[in-house]
Design a binder for this molecule. Structure first.
Ligand SMILES: Nc1ncnc2c1ncn2[C@@H]1O[C@H](COP(=O)(O)OP(=O)(O)OP(=O)(O)O)[C@@H](O)[C@H]1O
Length: 638
């Protein structure tokens, strides 16, 4: 009876329409025991959903046909579903069908370790269900764990710490964020670029120190981020903010000692103790992290499994502060954790108790429009709403895109002066020419060599110049994608005699690491430049910049890398470039979304160029939201 289904699965797999893994998973389910073709079809769809970052398959989507959600061509789901015989007609009927199957675990039943889990009206792969439950339970428990605060004392400190400026917004959400974070064991501070997340968190650290009294010197504070670059950036900005603050508060608080004691910011992988060839980390509930306060930046990049591992490894008494921009693209892997956690961030939905506490502790009154009946996490979440370094045309464009206002975005793009440019109806050659011009600066410095100067200083300068410009793509394949542009840019750079390729590795080649390698300590997403090894003439090393520190690995030791003149917007998260060029492909439906365009724009600090071919459908892209199915919001009770 399942023959028709398997032959359609084979056909779709061979046509590249279906992941090989999904077919294999469905067959694995079939091998475990009696499962109807309908259940096998659901397992197949669930695996495809996972491949696209969804943590579950809502039964309503299954009943309606998840073809659109999966971005499948019209009719493809119907054809596949047709081979599975008559299917349950609605979510309720699917629930009954799946609930009766011995491959499906339901809460309350004896757990045989079935591969599929049905929770409420969502179907999960067991691993994602376990992670989602773990994240929801841990966050809920932490959000409810608020403690008594000496509000007059906190107010005095906040007035001192925020004394040097007039708030750019009313109420002063930065001050409120400190007060709210102080009382709990979790806080989420979200905001767009330049809204002062790190500025705020530096003051929060000072506040924690101030109220810790005699314990202050013993508080262990750790900084972390999903990538090495983001971690280095976090440390740099916190150090700077603490340094500025120290100058002002003088001896009132030992802030310099605090900065020294914090040590370097680490990647989440390294903080948790990632081990080669294992998904398990050295730190977990049985061997928790040795921290009192953990600050995680760029939290939008943290996927579900990582968040579950992080929360599992955090001691109960420690405080977790998550920083990030909820409107950026979600993590590459499954989940949209920050987005889910920030469900109430825009509206606030603060309870009367939160409003009263926040006013007493900060002196700031949260306007009535932000009051509501949000769950426990909403009470511990603050959105910073005013950007300080992003107010010009780039900021206006980002705001317009984020608000879904295609007309406003169009106006900024067409103004045609200043730092924003739109090359419309363009040809890929124009993106290539821009690339050659943009990369010329660092390649000329490479050609000039270190001269009589210090090799490391030259390397740092070259890397900094390379970091000033980047081409970002929405897709990997095709003339408008990473692969096509990298090839074309390399050819043109060679023709312009800016590079000389003798083989795969050549002087000046920028590379991106595509897989974690614990042996060489390079991680997925790290970007480095290939330059001569000063110790061994004729051999090449790849140099990575982390903050101001330079690290290098012998080029031949790097296995999983790709050339990185152009890279995907996804991989650019956590980085910022002086001039960012965003290349969008022809609209093929589904790929280019509002979050992708917003993330691309917000990578630019001084100059932004958009390049689109005819028929790019920018307005449609801005209207299209990324949707990731997940049960986290419901599980959190918000
Ligand atoms: N209340 C404030 N008063 C004065 N300057 C501020 C204030 N808040 C932020 N700034 C300044 O604005 C700039 C951006 O702040 P910050 O780096 O903390 O933002 P961010 O939200 O962390 O940005 P990103 O998302 O890019 O990391 C910094 O130069 C910071 O010193």
């Amino acid at each position: 009876m399942t023959d028709a289904l398997w032959s359609e699965v084979t056909r779709l797999t061979e046509a590249g329409e279906l992941r090989r893994l999904s077919g294999a998973f469905a067959r694995f389910c079939a091998s475990l025991g009696a499962a109807s073709p309908a259940v096998l079809l659901a397992a197949l769809a669930l695996s495809e959903m996972e491949g696209q970052g969804h943590s579950c398959l809502p039964l309503a989507d299954l009943a309606a046909g998840p073809g659109e959600l999966l971005g499948w061509p019209e009719g493809q789901w119907q054809t596949l579903a047709g081979t599975a015989g008559p299917l349950p007609k609605n979510a309720k009927a699917w629930r009954a069908e799946l609930g009766a199957c011995e491959l499906v675990f339901q809460a309350g039943e004896f757990d045989y370790g079935e591969p599929l889990v049905l929770d409420s009206d969502r179907l999960y792969l067991r691993r994602y269900w376990r992670d989602e439950m773990a994240v929801a339970d841990a966050i809920r428990a932490r959000a409810q764990d608020t403690h008594e605060v000496d509000t007059p004392e906190v107010r005095r400190w906040l007035d001192l710490l925020f004394a040097s400026h007039r708030a750019a917004e009313s109420p002063d959400w930065q001050k409120l964020a400190c007060a709210i974070a102080l009382r709990g064991s979790v806080a989420v501070i979200t905001g767009g670029p330049g809204t002062g997340k790190t500025y705020t968190v530096a003051r929060l650290l000072a506040l924690l120190l101030a109220v810790a009294g005699e314990d202050a010197g013993r508080r262990r504070i750790a900084l972390a981020a999903p990538t090495g670059k983001a971690a280095a950036r976090l440390k740099q900005s916190i150090d700077k903010a603490l340094g500025d603050l120290a100058q002002r508060v003088g001896d009132a608080l030992p802030l310099r000692a605090l900065a020294d004691r914090m040590g370097a910011a680490r990647t989440l992988h390294s903080l948790l103790g990632a081990r080669p060839d294992s998904r398990a980390f050295a730190h977990h509930a049985g061997n928790p992290l040795d921290v009192d306060v953990l600050i995680v930046d760029e939290a939008s990049m943290v996927h579900l499994e990582m968040m579950a591992a992080l929360l599992g490894a955090l001691p109960a008494g420690a405080t977790l502060i998550l920083l990030g921009d909820k409107d950026q693209l979600a993590s590459v892997e499954a989940g949209a954790v920050l987005g889910d956690l920030c469900h109430d961030a825009q509206a606030g939905n603060y309870s009367a108790a939160t409003l009263a506490y926040a006013q007493a502790a900060s002196g700031e009154a949260i306007p009535g429009q932000f009051s509501g009946a949000g769950g426990p996490l909403a009470q511990q979440t603050v959105m910073l709403r005013h950007s300080r370094r992003f107010s010009g045309p780039i900021g206006q464009l980002a705001l317009a895109v984020n608000a879904g206002d295609a007309d406003a975005a169009d106006r900024v793009l067409r103004a045609g002066d200043g730092p924003v440019r739109w090359m419309e109806n363009a040809h890929p050659a124009q993106a290539v020419a821009l690339g050659v011009a943009g990369y010329r600066g660092y390649l000329e410095l490479v050609k000039a060599g270190p001269g009589a100067g210090i090799h490391e200083d030259w390397v740092r300068q070259v890397l900094q110049r390379f970091e000033a410009f980047r081409i970002l793509c929405a897709v990997r394949e095709g003339d408008w994608g990473v692969a096509g542009l990298n090839t074309a840019i390399e050819e043109k750079l060679e023709a312009a005699r800016l590079i000389r390729r003798g083989g795969e590795w050549y002087v000046g080649r920028p590379v991106m690491v595509t897989r974690n390698d614990y042996g060489t300590r390079v991680f997925n997403g790290d970007i480095g430049l290939t330059l001569p090894d000063p110790e061994r003439p004729g051999s090449l090393r790849v140099y990575f910049l982390e903050g101001d520190a330079v690290r290098s690995v012998l080029a031949t030791r790097l296995r999983d890398v790709e050339t990185a003149y152009a890279m995907t917007v996804h991989k650019s998260q956590g980085s910022e470039f002086r001039h960012t060029v965003l290349v969008l492909p022809q609209d093929r439906g589904g790929i280019v979304t509002r979050e992708l365009v917003y993330t691309g724009i917000t990578r630019a600090s001084e100059e932004f160029t958009l390049i689109t071919p005819a028929g790019a459908g920018l307005a449609q892209a801005i209207a299209r939201r990324t949707h990731r199915a997940s049960g986290l919001r419901e599980l959190l009770g918000s």
